[in-house]
Write a protein that binds this ligand. Structure first.
Ligand SMILES: [Cu+2]
Length: 98
């Protein structure tokens, strides 16, 4: 391989994970106490086309939201979604995953 090609190949390898990265956010929700609450929150997030998965842990009051590859969801947007569903956000934890 020529040096130029090598460099191009290398930079592509470095760039790809950036594009494929998605958000994985865990939200602690105040007032979410039963499966109806959980369904309501899931439904509200379901309207967001960036969101690919919503999982609820009722016991721990956690809502875990995952986005499409290359998409991210802001704290503000998360708060708004939870508020629209009728609940309050206590905490937002996020991790990027490939
Ligand atoms: Cu409820």
């Amino acid at each position: 391989m020529k040096i130029k090609q090598k460099l191009l190949y290398l930079s592509l390898l470095l760039l790809i994970p950036q594009f494929l990265r998605a958000d994985e956010v865990t939200i602690t929700v105040k007032g979410m106490v039963c499966s109806f609450c959980a369904q309501g929150i899931k439904k509200t997030f379901g309207k967001n086309e960036k969101v690919t998965a919503v999982n609820v842990d009722l016991e721990k009051k956690l809502v875990k939201v995952e986005t499409r590859d290359g998409e991210s969801i802001s704290d503000e947007e998360l708060r708004k979604t939870i508020n629209d569903a009728g609940y309050d956000v206590l905490e937002i934890k996020r991790e990027k995953h490939a």
